[in-house]
Design a protein around this ligand. Structure first.
Ligand code: UDP
Ligand code: MG
Length: 329
């Protein structure tokens, strides 16, 4: 920890954002100046832009801004790693020299003024502050409804997400150092952060239209993002296979009864009964078997992620100092 005010880093992933970069830099610099003037953050705080393999002039603009604006820093990824990858790159880079990190999109959809509140919450002792949008009326109805459905499915699958919160949040140094222990490659940040624990809170803001440029999240990316979220956190789909298998066997027994009756009543041609019975019962049994194998695969999947098993928040062993021990003896 630094003595005095906390060093803040604002991490901004950017992919082909040349149209918004100047305005974003201006706005974030304004926030930085305000926080420094109010003595809420250290003046060595910075804005870390992560160029996620942009094909336009994003990096050149970043370099130019870096020359003239002491707050602006940049890292350039070797190719496009996607929003989550860029974010992780920024978080990991800044964790060594920051007391708290705010992540925000480059397109000014999130209200930069909320950062002032984030910092107040940080000073109140919160480790994680979620920016939660009040209304979603600037999103298309399609995006709004698919997002809602996504949260619903996720919560049914047992994944704890903060609704209407994207990746606009503040994380303290100690929460960040726990975050980087999650070493899985498919890191679904929004699902991990609530797992970190510590003191968490929300700040509400109005989400605006994109300042300029186009969304870099077309439907295809959104779907794969959602699927990633589900499969990185949940083995419920595997359990559904097993459950469906059981259901099929039960159903198959019904069909077996029906087929036997039909046979006894001589309504059938030869071969039909045995076929019906084996299709349904054997089919169900196969699904159960796949489900059971799936359970083991699910276990392996969980193990390979090497998630930390616990996080210690405080520890008297580290806090006690030798003097008090001496006095006691
Ligand atoms: N982004 C990125 N890499 C990508 C796609 C997006 O770094 O491959 C950044 C983008 O520049 C923006 C943020 O992630 O700062 C969110 O993207 P966007 O605003 O397009 O998504 P939306 O708000 O439409 O969901
Ligand atoms: Mg956006």
């Amino acid at each position: 920890m630094s003595v005095g005010e906390p060093v803040l880093t604002i991490v901004v992933p950017c992919y082909n954002e040349e149209q918004v970069l100047h305005e974003t830099t201006r706005e974030l610099t304004r926030i930085m100046k305000e926080l420094v003037e109010k003595n809420k953050i250290d003046q060595n705080s910075s804005i870390l832009f992560v160029d996620d393999g942009s094909k336009d002039s994003t990096w050149r603009i970043l370099e130019e801004n870096h020359e003239i604006n002491p707050y602006v820093q940049g890292i350039k990824l070797s190719r496009n790693f996607g929003h989550q990858g860029a974010l992780i790159a920024g978080l990991e880079t800044s964790q060594n020299y920051s007391d708290c990190v705010v992540s925000i999109d480059a397109d000014l959809q999130d209200d930069v003024n909320a950062i002032l509140e984030f910092i107040d919450k940080y000073h109140e002792g919160y480790d994680i502050v979620y920016g939660v949008r009040d209304k979603r009326d600037t999103d298309t109805p399609f995006k709004r409804n698919t997002a809602l459905a996504f949260y619903k499915i996720m919560s049914n699958l047992g994944v704890n997400l903060v609704p209407n919160h994207a990746d606009f949040r503040l994380i303290s140094k100690r929460a960040l150092s726990e975050f980087v222990k999650y070493q899985e490659e498919n890191l679904f940040i929004r699902g991990i952060v609530p797992l970190l624990g510590f003191k968490q809170t929300k700040v509400y803001y109005n989400r605006k239209e994109r300042f300029a440029g186009e969304s870099k999240y077309p439907l295809k990316k959104m779907l794969s993002f959602a699927l990633d979220g589900i499969t990185s956190f949940s083995v419920v789909p595997i359990k559904l296979v097993t459950a469906f298998g059981f259901f099929l066997v039960l159903f198959g027994m019904g069909i077996a009864g029906y087929s036997l009756i039909e046979k006894l009543l001589e309504h059938t041609i030869s071969g039909w009964t045995s076929l019906m019975i084996s299709i349904w019962i054997v089919g169900g049994m196969q699904l159960i078997a796949i489900g059971i194998i799936g359970e083991y695969v699910g276990k392996i999947f969980k193990e390979t992620k090497h998630r930390p098993r616990y996080t210690i928040e405080k520890n008297t062993l580290e806090q006690s100092n030798k003097n008090t021990i001496k006095e006691y003896i």
